[in-house]
Ligand binder design. Structure first.
Ligand code: C2G
Length: 725
């Protein structure tokens, strides 16, 4: 017997038809159903004669944990699969999960919640039945230890579930893993953490769909455990977290961080609001337990937290319940105020500012959402200032931190009053990313979109499903691109893709990237020396720039992406330190800032440095992965290595590539630090080996670049000829 499907049944008479019906229609047949009745009578299952259904029961209403334990006692399958009686599966869920083959481990799929019954609709209106047109991705890559997908399944501590997981029974048996029956709401949490800590392998398969039904009858349905909220739940959440933490070894950073982060979310959303309402005695009692619980929180989680949760943790650690409640109240007030303020700003933007006279000589610049003074907008700004001093007024968008600008310009924080004011009135807008969806394009307005890289990873309308973005992503993108007047194309390849993937039919500037002009400057050598000096990088050392991209699936929260350094800097320092230094440059979406102080003198973390083009200039070798940085770096004709340790996952799961990387990349794809070191040692040979590919690459991707892109763009967009006095 391959699988024992354990269904905890608590009289969900109205729903069991969908549950059993979906099991009866599975394309995989080698399974038994163990239906554990928890304090209720057996349902009539005569309709499903074809299914092998065994009944068991708890000794009274023992709860879902007790029911699952009873189910485990009589299970004979190689794998266990738990279901709630009101949920159902897609017709190939079990087949997809079994395909992962995880003896001694866990395979899990995607959870999809719905208000609807089987074969009707998902919440987003998609039909469930795949034959009828909805495509669900099948991932080829074998994702061993795919823990990183867990955060996608649960928003907070209470959403962590074993549902939709195929678990090797051997793991459960060998380690006597049981559900804690004293936990009413959180019994899945310690169970799952224990399973994961013993699993030899964890595999994720998006196609193994588990459909979780939502209800609005909190009185009668056990699945509404999620919806009810009470004091018991708050205490139980802390207890479950404490128990779960015991099962994770201290050195297992990814699982610890995962759990810690969920707990902090729980603290911010539930415990804190509970404290706001609680009487002083209850506040005190909670604070004592919380203080004790927070001792288990690892340091790793701090890096990814914003100011507010950090503050709550500090109060919690000090046992100061009143302080924690006060902080929560103030935060809620601020948020309400923020919401009111934002809608007032939007109102003024639409109804007042946009009706005012357009500022004909004002140009707004934004690069990477105001995070830096960089990229093509920077070079366009500098060119305008050098060639046409005093001709325009400038406003730079920042992300809250003032940018350091070499010419006079106003600055405004993104989404501030000032921002809305100028966005409504400035004639020229130069962005390297997208503008807000509600941007109003006025008559006479000129929108120059420079974009920020030759695409390797598939973009918008070329992606089947943008699973990690908002469901409205494509629609928003479409609306946004309608406002663009000019789009800069670095090469023909990008132009073709932009047209299709952005569904863009405006003017295309076939100029190359203004940001790359610097790579063609004749005074490159002097500039390199100056930059090295400015950064304190020894002039006699060669520089390796490591600039990886971000990963769609590794995140802490909205626009907060994780980065795990897979390059062994210790080893690199040992083996290459005499000749080289390393610059680490993470993508601007990455929230983690790695402390490299232990490698002082060998490695620099320049992730916050404004302009990567200046780092290209001073580096002798580039290591990257799937980032568009290599298209730009190729302009220097210097050697590149590709550290593609997660190639299969990235290529087949996350994005899909526009090019055949094995065929076209102008450098070796490497998977281990040793290989990187080895290639650096013999870098001249590597260069020679890849010369032909490199030449072909440059012909295809760099042939429009000649160091004059900025002037071409400026002349086209601002109606200048270059001959003005
Ligand atoms: N970048 C950087 N440092 C990194 C990675 C990227 O400064 N470690 C900058 C580079 O200018 C790069 C740009 O951000 O060209 C875009 O980064 P990508 O890694 O290519 O990723 P993404 O932001 O997803 O853009 O068409 C391009 C795509 O949209 C990719």
């Amino acid at each position: 017997m391959k699988i024992s499907v354990i269904v905890a049944y608590h009289d969900e008479k109205n729903y069991i038809r969908d549950c059993l019906g979906s099991l009866a229609e599975q394309s995989f047949h080698d399974f038994e159903v163990i239906m554990v009745c928890d304090g209720c009578d057996k349902p009539d299952v005569s309709e499903w004669n074809g299914l092998s259904i065994h009944f068991a029961r708890t000794g009274g209403a023992g709860g879902v944990a007790a029911a699952r334990n009873v189910g485990l006692d009589s299970a004979a399958g190689e794998y266990i699969f738990f279901m709630d009686a009101d949920d159902y599966l897609a017709s190939d869920t079990l087949e997809r999960l079994v395909e992962r083959e995880v003896p001694g481990g866990v395979a899990y799929g995607r959870l999809q919640s719905t208000w609807y019954s089987r074969k009707v609709y998902f919440d987003n209106g998609e039909e469930l039945d795949r034959q009828n047109g909805v495509e669900h991705k099948v991932y080829d890559g074998d994702m061993d230890n795919a823990y990183e997908y867990l955060p996608m399944r649960a928003k907070s501590l209470q959403g962590i579930t074993i549902l939709g997981m195929l678990i090797s029974r051997k793991v459960i048996q060998e380690h006597s893993i049981r559900f804690c029956e004293d936990l009413h709401y959180f019994s899945d949490l310690p169970f799952l953490m224990q399973v994961l800590s013993h699993a030899e392998k964890t595999s994720f398969c998006e196609d193994g769909l588990y459909i979780k039904r939502k209800h609005n009858d909190p009185v009668n349905l056990p699945s509404l455990l999620q919806a009810k909220d009470d004091e018991k739940k708050v205490f139980e959440g802390m207890e479950a977290y404490r128990r779960a933490k015991k099962f994770i070894p201290a050195q297992d950073e990814s699982k610890n961080q995962y759990l810690d982060y969920k707990f902090v979310k729980w603290l911010v959303t539930r415990i804190a609001s509970f404290l706001v309402e609680a009487k002083p005695a209850k506040q005190k009692e909670t604070a004592i337990v919380l203080q004790d619980t927070l001792k288990l929180l690892g340091n790793g989680v701090y890096r990814m937290l914003k100011h507010h949760p950090k503050k709550l943790i500090r109060y919690g650690m000090a046992g100061d319940a009143a302080g924690l409640a006060k902080k929560t109240r103030n935060h809620a007030r601020k948020q309400t105020l923020f919401r009111i303020c934002t809608s007032r700003k939007r109102y003024l933007y639409e109804k007042v500012f946009s009706k005012m006279k357009m500022m004909e000589d004002t140009v707004i610049f934004e690069s990477f959402f105001g995070k830096s003074y960089s990229d093509s907008p920077k070079y366009i700004f500098e060119y305008l200032n050098e060639k046409y001093p005093g001709k325009y007024n400038y406003m730079w968008v920042n992300a809250g931190k003032k940018l350091s600008l070499p010419y006079s310009s106003g600055q405004m924080k993104r989404f501030s009053f000032k921002y809305f004011y100028y966005m409504a009135r400035a004639k020229y807008i130069v962005f390297n990313g997208r503008q807000p969806q509600y941007f109003i394009k006025r008559k006479g307005n000129v929108f120059l979109e420079t974009w920020h890289g030759t695409p390797l990873k598939k973009l918008v309308f070329d992606m089947e499903d943008v699973t990690t973005a908002s469901p409205l992503y494509k629609e928003q993108f479409y609306i946004q691109t309608r406002s663009w007047d000019y789009l800069v194309a670095p090469n023909q390849f990008s132009e073709d893709i932009f047209r299709r993937a952005f569904m863009y039919d405006g003017k295309m500037l076939e100029t190359g990237y203004p940001r790359n002009d610097i790579l063609y400057r004749e005074d490159k050598e002097q500039r390199m020396r100056k930059i090295k000096l400015e950064l304190g990088i020894p002039e006699d050392k060669k520089v390796i720039l490591y600039a990886p991209t971000w990963r769609d699936d590794e995140f802490y929260g909205h626009a907060q992406y994780k980065f795990t350094l897979k390059l062994d800097l210790e080893q690199m320092k040992r083996e290459l330190g005499k000749e080289y230094v390393v610059i680490l440059r993470t993508h601007y979406f990455i929230a983690d800032f790695l402390d490299l102080s232990q490698y002082e003198g060998f490695a620099w973390n320049l992730s916050k440095y404004d302009d990567i083009a200046r780092l290209y200039l001073i580096s002798d070798i580039l290591i990257t992965d799937y980032s568009s940085v290599f298209f730009d770096y190729a302009n220097l004709r210097r050697p590149m290595l590709f550290f593609t340790y997660d190639l299969e996952k990235y290529r087949s799961v996350l994005r899909g590539f526009y090019m055949d990387v094995e065929e076209e990349l102008p450098g070796p794809m490497l998977f281990e630090t040793e290989e990187i070191i080895e290639s650096i040692r013999r870098i001249d040979e590597v260069k020679e080996e890849y010369q032909e590919k490199y030449d072909r690459f440059c012909k295809k991707y760099c042939s429009w670049e000649d160091g004059h892109a900025t002037e071409k763009v400026v002349h086209a967009v601002f109606g200048l000829t270059g001959q003005e006095k």
